[in-house]
Design a binder for this molecule. Structure first.
Ligand code: BGC
Length: 374
């Protein structure tokens, strides 16, 4: 894994977004709904249209259940025209959607890239046509986005590493063998997550406290492939005693395999995204922790930037992130993640990210009560 791909600029301690020229009034409350672009009449004072491309709907539930919803809410509240589409993991479709958005009058393009290469092509083309660009959640290495909005992804990985250590300590595991199920090798975030958790786990391997077991990336964060990969890991190393899974989907894939061996609950598994499935796995005792990223804050920060850009302003982000491939400091907003264990699953509900109704179904009702979710 490449080191130092992303470092946080000096000013990044201040995570709030400062906007220089946000006094403009939108004068329009009609929001453009997804998938039905319309063009503003000439001379219309409406802010330019904002196009958002989400990556897929399978690598994590978040994109459709959280990001789309919160972005939509923010754009509606600002009264801007917008179009949010999902490339469903298809790189060609990603490019086509971007082209269509620009043809349909988008003046701001926000993307979650499927990999840096195709992301860069889209960003460069948009830029050449005068369209302002934002990297949302994933930094496009060597890209040209004017802004980057995400979480501190190395911190996410650290929480996962520390979480696994905590759960193994609770289980009094002796020299546990650790399996690492990493995210997509083409996602810069996956690299950062790994840097984070390896900064916690490597010293344990070095000291002999833990034994390093199989360590593999999952192409495109594909949950089905993750199951196959983990099944092979467990065959090759049946004594795996802890699983660092990079998100809830990969964690669930590992849990399904562990269940077949009746090892679920005995082998702690990590995750990320605080999905309903991940939280239910925690309530059931099959998953040790997840990382909650308050996506509403991420969506709000990105939407605020996008709206400002659509009004022709030049917003200022308070931090920067280094894109070492492009040797560029990208103006950035980075938010703080939070570790979630059985005892604070209730925080995620209290924050409104998941509802009690969707979480506490069937057998989970009892467990929710035990976890203090009322
Ligand atoms: C995001 C995670 C997500 C993963 C798979 C990463 O870039 O930061 O939240 O679980 O992609 O979609």
């Amino acid at each position: 894994m490449r080191k130092g791909i992303l470092s946080i600029g000096a000013a990044a301690a201040a995570l709030t977004l400062g906007l220089t020229a946000c006094g403009g009034e939108s004068g329009d409350t009609s929001a453009q709904s997804s998938g039905a672009p319309s063009s503003a009449a000439a001379g219309d004072a409406k802010p330019g249209k904002i196009g958002v491309i989400l990556p897929d709907s399978k690598s994590s539930a978040r994109w459709e259940t959280a990001d789309r919803k919160y972005l939509e809410e923010a754009f509606k509240a600002a009264g801007v025209q917008y179009d949010i589409q999902n490339a469903q993991g298809d790189k060609t479709a990603f490019q086509t959607i971007a082209d269509q958005m620009i043809t349909n009058g988008a003046t701001v393009l926000m993307i979650v890239n499927l990999d840096s290469g195709t992301g860069k092509a889209v960003l460069d083309k948009a830029k050449s046509q005068g369209v302002a660009t934002i990297d949302y959640d994933r930094l496009t290495l060597g890209g040209s986005a004017s802004y980057y909005v995400s979480f501190d992804n190395t911190a996410v990985g650290k929480l996962q590493g520390e979480g696994l250590v905590k759960c193994l300590t609770d289980k009094k595991a002796d020299k546990p063998i650790i399996a690492e199920l990493n995210g997509s090798p083409t996602d810069n975030n996956a690299t950062l997550f790994k840097q984070g958790y390896d900064s916690v786990l490597q010293p344990k391997y070095d000291s002999g406290d833990y034994k390093k077991g199989p360590d593999q990336s999952v192409p495109d964060w594909d949950n089905t492939q993750a199951g196959t990969i983990f099944e092979q890991m467990l065959t090759q190393e049946p004594k795996i005693a802890g699983v660092l899974a990079a998100n809830d989907g990969l964690g669930n894939a590992a849990i399904s395999v562990l269940k077949k061996q009746k090892l679920n609950g005995k082998v702690p598994v990590t995750g990320q995204d605080a999905t309903v499935q991940g939280l239910q796995n925690i309530l059931a005792g099959d998953q040790c922790m997840t990382v909650y990223k308050a996506i509403k804050k991420e969506a709000d920060a990105a939407a605020q930037l996008a709206v400002s850009l659509a009004k022709g302003e030049k917003p200022q982000a308070s931090g920067t992130v280094k894109d070492t491939e492009g040797n560029r400091d990208v103006p950035s907003v980075l938010l703080e993640p939070q570790a979630i264990y059985f005892d604070n699953v209730k925080d995620v509900v209290a924050d409104g990210f998941v509802s009690k109704d969707e979480l506490c179904t069937g057998d989970f009702a009892d467990k929710c009560t035990k976890a203090g979710i009322s």
